[in-house]
Write a protein that binds this ligand. Sequence first.
Ligand code: LLP
Length: 438
Amino acid sequence: MQTERGEATHGITRDGEGRLCCGGVPLAEVIRTAGVSTPAYVYDLDAIAAVGRRLSRALPRGSVCAYAIKANGAGPIVRALVHEGCGVDVVSGGELAAALACGVLPDRVVYSGVAKRDDELDRAIAAQLRGIHVESVEEIDRLAARAAALGARDVGVAIRHNPDVEVDTHANIATGHDEAKFGVAAEDIGAALEAIARSPRLKLRGLSAHVGSQIMREEEYAAGVTAVCELATAVRAQGFGLRYLDTGGGFGVSYRDEHATPDPTRFVATALAKMKEHGHGDLELVVEPGRALVAAHGVIVTRVIQPKVSRTGRRWLLVDAGMNDLLRPALYQAHHRIEPLESKPGEARVAWRVAGPVCESSDDFGEYLLPDPPPALLAIRDAGAYGRSMASAYNARPLASEIFVARGGIAAVRTADGLAETIERELGLTLARGADRS
Ligand code: LLP
């Protein structure tokens, strides 16, 4: 892909010699140069920035592409997106602090979440965000009380609506149906508006909805947008002023074939068209995509530890990345392509069941056609979103290193903790210097 300024943005591609590359640099070389051990996340910052730039430019002035930082909160990524004009969608005080530290303007930050603590509400009030997205009438009363305690005025609020829209996605990532804990149901909107009007300190600025993740078709996105627009019509008819409508994220990506990934700007175009159609073309639009900006532009490089071939014929390929590094297969039965870093033409491939070292049966990435004998290094594709951000240190495994590639080189490396740091943090003990690095 070529950007408007002419620089190449490669993403993850295979070169003429069969080497898998990130941002045009062979991944094997990236790992070697960075000097980190595997598993390691590798990201193409230029490709991520290019998506942020396209989405920002697809929006009219005042409207915001608020990157859902939960997808990947790494500083170099968030800073690159903020630099391209993106705002940030946060769901905790920690994410809020991180977003502000990356230089985003508070007016470009929205904050959702069903159970924000008082200290988190206080932080959000003090930061003067574009909107605190409230998810229940009870929360509005708590927010009003905190605003009064802090003596704050003009606290921007948006009601996150639960429009009871079903999307065709995994049950664990559908959020807009009436059984979900998220958002204010249609029957409670009146009470929510009253609660906001009761407080002289809160100011209704917007309405939002996020109906789920992995939406592959615009029509499904349009269903959520229509629900927000219809609500806006009703709310404005009651005399409430609005500044923006937030139609959420959820722009899908294909985990099997990147060419099947919908162009994310199509979701933006759909939302803008629907707003116009409903007579809300005067309002600003906020969208909250996470995955669409980062998923395809990150991989996990993992090393094959050994095969294990059982007498019954099952061929396990045991690797050093596990469910603690990428939880999606275990949690959502997600499929991520797994490929050799270097592939040679005509090499024999067999079905391997790829599994990690974690002491859980669900630490199993599924079956893949891979060379036999297996290569030393593999890439787990599309791990840029919800990989490192959902990682854990389960089984006393350190959070893996991250390498950020930009402009044909390594722009930054975040190195995994060594054994000494892990022991020190977990046990409060200090290992003798060098004990983990013999
Ligand atoms: N806005 C809100 C209010 C959300 O709840 C979410 C995701 C997003 C935006 C961003 O959604 P995206 O554009 O990334 O699909 N861990 C799961 C996804 C959980 C998403 C939760 N909320 C996964 O790995 O598929």
